[in-house]
Design a protein around this ligand. Structure first.
Ligand code: FAD
Length: 330
């Protein structure tokens, strides 16, 4: 592989049902930050069916060029169609950097594309930069956040990374800015093993976490589905939304897709965050640190979350929350 042949900063412009996801704009912001150091053009890669109408918005948010792949088979995302199309595009156009979102789609797609084009991929990055040798460097909290790893891929191209929503800066919109549109020709694999039969939309139980002014977040210390109702009751009393840590989602107490907060979940900035039975691992803290007021309820006074908290209640949440609810209601 001659890495000098690879030029251009690509970002996947993730769209669902013809609507661009917010994280697509954030990735463009990350691309522009890298462009300031490398001078390479920022290219959005847009796959879908009849999505050409989205290109103006991508241009307005900084894309110099847009690779557009339209086909009915790309209407709904499946890795079986998207991954080979993207891998062929990478082999043909040879980008130096390819950023995707840390959403369920990006996390499913990026490793398949990386494997097909035989390059490296860093997952769950919280920031991106260019090092002194001109390589992409991605930053990933590791070992519970005690180490911030800088990861680069020096010998392979493209340099790939997934970045969850909320970490890169959405750029300023420049209305009327134009981009070069490159319509891509490609082949859809003939024998597909999967097809989308129907799409169900889960009705959100409360306001989306990103918009909520108050978020009550539950952790593994909540201890079970039955106890989770205590967390939900506090949230209902405060008219708050309910978030969760990864272990709480893994246990099935909360939705991984909708409610997980942290590095691989959502980044939130509410006026008030209340963490219940949460130790405060960096993977979680990174998603709440910009909350205006942080309150934690923990049985362990030495739990790391206390260091990030404005107010700490030490004790069993099963005693503290019912008393708090009574007080709030009165
Ligand atoms: P624990 O660490 O087990 O903490 C439970 C806490 O509850 C303890 O502090 C305990 O003292 C307290 N407790 C127990 N009983 C009670 C009680 N009765 N009353 C009050 N307090 C009590 N995690 C995330 O949250 N979000 C992410 O996005 C995320 N991404 C990750 C990405 C990677 C690559 C990796 C490796 C990990 C990630 N994690 C993430 C996991 C993260 O490292 C921690 O494991 C996780 O945040 C810990 O969750 P927790 O605080 O709920 O559980």
């Amino acid at each position: 592989m001659n890495i000098a042949e690879y030029r251009g900063i690509w970002v996947l412009a993730e769209q669902r049902e013809g609507k661009l996801s917010e994280v697509a704009f954030e990735l463009l912001g990350g691309g522009l930050k890298l462009k300031a150091k490398t001078g390479e053009e920022v290219c959005a890669v847009l796959l879908g069916d009849k999505v050409a109408g989205l290109t103006d918005e991508l241009a307005a948010y900084g894309a110099d060029k847009i690779y557009l792949a339209e086909n009915h088979a790309l209407k709904q995302y499946t890795n079986e169609t998207y991954a080979p199309v993207l891998a062929d595009m990478v082999n043909k156009y040879k980008p130096s950097i390819f950023l995707m979102s840390g959403t369920s789609m990006g996390m499913d797609l990026a490793p398949r594309v990386a494997a097909k084009v035989q390059t490296g991929l860093s997952a769950h990055a919280v920031d991106v930069d260019i090092d002194k040798n001109g390589h992409l460097v991605t930053f990933i909290p590791s070992f519970g956040g005690s180490v911030m790893a800088s990861i680069s891929c020096e010998k392979k191209r493209p340099q790939m990374s997934t970045i969850p929503a909320g970490f890169l800066q959405k750029p300023e919109r420049k209305a009327g800015k134009k981009a070069v549109i490159e319509r891509v020709t490609f082949e859809i694999p003939k024998e597909l093993k999967t097809r989308v039969v129907e799409i169900f939309h889960d009705e959100p139980k409360s306001m989306p976490l990103g918009q909520a002014e108050i978020v009550v977040c539950g952790g593994y210390g909540v201890g079970g589905k039955e106890n989770w109702k205590i967390v939900e009751e506090l949230a209902a009393t405060l008219n708050a939304s309910v978030g969760a840590t990864r272990p709480a989602c893994d246990e099935g107490w909360a939705s991984l897709e909708e409610q997980m907060v942290g590095q691989s979940g959502k980044t939130i900035r509410p006026k008030l965050y209340i963490g219940v039975g949460i130790s405060g691992a960096m993977h979680h803290i990174i998603g709440i640190k910009d909350s205006k007021v942080i309150v934690s309820i923990n049985i362990d006074e030495k739990a790391p979350i206390t260091e990030s908290s404005d107010f700490v209640a030490i004790g069993d949440f099963k005693n503290i929350i019912p008393a708090l609810i009574t007080e709030l209601k009165s």
